[in-house]
Design a protein around this ligand. Structure first.
Ligand code: PRP
Length: 221
């Protein structure tokens, strides 16, 4: 049995064509079912639905043989493990799906450039604390990090933080909350993550899927 860990939403939707290229079709719509294990048209392949940030954990511990998650999620997971090598995840492919960016955003009336120039200590709220810490350290800006798990846009609006570090795709969420993007930290896309032990034990079926995905990845822009 091959177990693939996916999260609902954009990653799930955008991985479907790649799965199809490997001859795999998921038999249930996760938006219509409460099931967490979804069968596919291949009796020896199943999908487990987990939170995006749990995908690397499932794969690392062998709860899933492979999974798909954003580069943001991987960086944060590896930071907890003291680096990619220690988490032991094999990353054979950038799938170039679910593309977005990690950015710094502030209230439109907050003078970010001025605060940075003055060497002010910034209060930064984020789910992506490793990415944010690293970015501001490289920039030489002192920050107090506030860890949040969602609705980050609220932080500058309520006075919890001066700035947030969050994913931006269309920019609509920022706009709706009167926030402006002031720095782009990095481009994000989803990667295939594979359990290294599974790759040895189930080499043929996993390789078949990896190769099919590799041939079907959308072209770089
Ligand atoms: C992300 C991010 C923003 C939003 C940005 O949240 O945290 O809230 O998408 O997208 P936009 O620029 O197209 O408006 P997501 O929907 O991934 O869920 P989350 O709140 O669980 O992170």
């Amino acid at each position: 049995m091959i177990t693939l860990a996916l999260s609902k939403g954009r990653i799930f939707d955008e991985i479907m064509p790649l799965l199809a290229s490997a001859g795999i079709a998921v038999l249930e719509d996760p938006e219509k079912s409460r099931k967490l294990i979804l069968a596919t048209n291949q009796p020896d392949v199943r999908v487990v639905l987990v939170r995006a940030s749990d995908v690397p954990t499932y794969v690392q511990y062998g709860g899933a043989d492979m999974g798909v998650c954003g580069k943001d999620t991987l960086i944060e997971h590896n930071a907890e493990w003291g680096g990619a090598a220690r988490s032991g995840l094999f990353l054979p492919l950038d799938l170039r799906i679910a593309r977005c960016r990690v950015s710094v955003a502030v209230r439109s009336d907050f003078d970010y450039e001025h605060a940075v120039r003055q060497g002010a200590r910034l209060r930064v709220a984020s789910k992506y604390t490793a990415i944010a810490r690293d970015f501001f350290a490289t920039k030489g800006v002192h920050v107090d990090m506030i860890k949040l798990y969602g609705s980050m846009e609220l932080a500058p609006l309520t006075g919890l933080a001066d700035a947030i570090v969050d994913l931006v795709s269309t920019g609509n969420t920022l706009k709706a909350n009167h926030l402006v993007e002031v720095e782009r930290i990095m481009d994000i896309s989803s990667h295939l993550v594979v359990n290294q032990a599974a790759l040895k034990l189930k080499q043929a079926p996993l390789r078949r899927i990896i190769d099919a995905f590799a041939a079907a990845i959308p072209p770089a822009e």
